[in-house]
Structure formats: structure tokens, C-alpha cells
Ligand binder design. Structure first.
Ligand SMILES: NC(=O)c1ccc[n+]([C@@H]2O[C@H](COP(=O)([O-])OP(=O)(O)OC[C@H]3O[C@@H](n4cnc5c(N)ncnc54)[C@H](O)[C@@H]3O)[C@@H](O)[C@H]2O)c1
Length: 249
């Protein structure tokens, strides 16, 4: 089950999972966008199920899990990738709604997906949960306080859940992608340039590390594949940076 599978990083995670032989449940808000991911998977001979779901609504998440069980019988892997950028601006100008909307998707939605999937994994005494945070869960990003706080919350959720479910053979890890090539990051870089009064080129340098390059969605997808593989059986509660070396803690 991959949330936020309709575009961007989640779309690549879903297609990579299908390539590895998983039957993939594609979750996001828009059915039309999920159909594009489903087409990519079908073109490669993979199997998937589209479940348009707003992960901030507990009844919808419960229904999504029920529909998955009806179709596939169990859930082995949950990748919590859905996320929103949140309201941007100096903290004192962030609205209450902007703050709460960001937490509702990035933290509460993730909590709800874990809450409804964990009992199934406990019953199987196996499972892999991968939560997508961000380099901004590790280091500050000016004028993005709701996003930064929500992404750091993901680390607390991951570490605590890892201890709660470890005895059932379930691992829970976080992946922290760096600035990932695509339209979304281009907007972030433009905002950063404007907020700091610097050129786009200089703003981009704030998002690249020693490799001097943005991250590709495939980099994050490959880390998810690894964390769900047998090779990562003894890794849990970790937060792993996929940032081109920009973050090392
Ligand atoms: N793009 C980057 O540079 C970058 C960097 C670090 C971390 N991340 C994180 O990676 C994840 C994916 O990022 P992206 O850039 O591909 O995002 P994106 O904006 O391209 O896609 C976000 C996905 O989340 C889904 N989503 C949003 N709200 C939802 C809701 N209420 N219910 C269900 N689904 C919902 C959308 O439908 C969409 O499929 C996010 O968690 C993001 O914070 C992205």
C-alpha cells in the first residue's frame, strides 16, 4: 500500500514496488491521477488496485484497508508517502488553518494509516512500514515552520511505533528525501529565493550537498525497496537520509 501514489515520489515508489513483484494498492485523493500510475504499472505487467482516499478521514482509511483486504487478503507493506507542503511564510503569519491542514495530512494521515494497518500486520506477525519524512524533518527551512514541524513529528511516530510493534516482526523506518527533482521542488526553490532575496541559482545551492545535485524520485523509491527487503530485516526505528549527502545526522 503506497499513499500519495498519484504523482511525484509516490508514483515512482508504487511502480518500483510493482516491478519487484508486489501487488500494489494505489492511494491518493484523485482517481484520475491514480489511473496514470495504474497505467504505468499495467504497461510493465504489474498488478495494482486504485483506492482514492482522503487519508485525513478515519472512516475513509478504515474503508481503504477493508477494500484492500477484500481484494488481496492482507497488507505486507505500507509506505506512508502522502504529504503536503503546507502554508509558507514567517511563523507569525501562518494561519491556524494552515498549521492544522499541514499536520492533518503529514502527521494525522500517517497515524491513521498506521493505526488501521498495524493490526493486520500484527496478526501476520510480519510487516514493513516506511514513513516518508524529509530533510526538512532534520534541518530548518525558512518560512516552512508547519512543514518542518510536521516532518520532524514523523521521526517521533516512527521511533515509537518501531518499539511498539518490533516483537511482532514488524519494522518501521523513516526515509528523509532531500530536494527531489520535479515541479514541486522548483516551486520551493523559487520561494526560498524570494524569501531570502537571492538568485534561483544560489537558492538551489541550499538544496544540494557534496554531489551538487538534486535527488531523483528513484533514489527514495530504491531505499523504500531496500527497507522492505529481506536484507533490511534487522533495521527498524531508523531515519535514513537520501539527500545527496546534504544531511548526515
Ligand atoms: N519533492 C521533494 O523535494 C520532497 C523532498 C523531501 C520529502 N518529500 C516528501 O515526499 C512525499 C512526496 O512528495 P512529492 O513531492 O512527490 O509530493 P506531491 O505533491 O507530488 O504528491 C503528494 C501526494 O500526496 C497525496 N495527498 C496529499 N494529501 C492527501 C490526502 N489528504 N489524502 C491522500 N493523499 C494525499 C497527493 O494526492 C499526492 O499523490 C511527501 O511526503 C513530501 O513531503 C518531498
Amino acid at each position: 500500500m503506497v499513499t500519495g501514489a498519484s504523482q511525484g515520489i509516490g508514483q515512482v515508489i508504487a511502480t518500483r514496488m510493482a516491478e519487484e513483484g508486489a501487488k500494489v494498492v494505489l492511494v491518493a485523493r484523485s482517481k484520475a491521477n491514480l489511473e496514470e500510475t495504474a497505467k504505468q504499472i499495467a504497461d510493465k505487467g504489474g498488478t495494482c488496485l486504485i483506492l482514492p482516499t482522503d487519508i485525513t478521514a478515519e472512516s475513509a482509511v478504515s474503508q481503504m484497508v477493508g477494500d484492500t483486504l477484500s481484494a488481496y487478503g492482507t497488507i505486507d507493506i505500507l509506505v506512508n508517502n502522502s504529504g503536503v507542503a503546507g502554508e509558507m511564510g514567517p511563523l507569525e503569519e501562518i494561519s491556524m488553518d494552515g498549521w492544522e491542514d499541514c499536520f492533518r495530512v503529514n502527521v494525522t494521515g500517517m497515524f491513521l494509516c498506521c493505526k488501521h494497518v498495524v493490526p493486520i500486520m500484527k496478526e501476520s506477525r510480519a510487516g514493513r512500514i516506511v514513513n516518508i519524512s524529509s530533510i526538512t524533518g532534520k534541518r530548518p527551512l525558512v518560512h516552512r515552520s508547519p512543514y518542518a514541524a510536521s516532518k520532524m513529528a514523523v521521526l517521533g511516530l516512527t521511533r515509537t511505533l518501531a518499539f511498539e510493534v518490533g516483537e511482532y516482526g514488524i519494522t518501521v523506518n523513516t526515509v528523509c528525501p532531500g530536494a527531489t527533482e520535479g515541479p514541486r521542488i522548483r516551486k520551493v526553490i523559487a520561494n526560498e529565493a524570494q524569501a531570502l532575496g537571492i538568485s534561483l541559482k544560489d537558492a538551489e545551492k541550499n538544496f544540494t550537498g557534496p554531489l551538487n545535485t538534486l535527488v531523483e524520485p528513484e533514489d527514495t523509491a530504491n531505499m523504500c525497496i531496500y527497507l522492505c527487503s529481506e536484507e533490511a530485516a534487522h533495521m527498524t526505528g531508523q531515519d535514513i537520509n537520501v539527500t545527496g549527502g546534504l544531511c548526515w545526522y
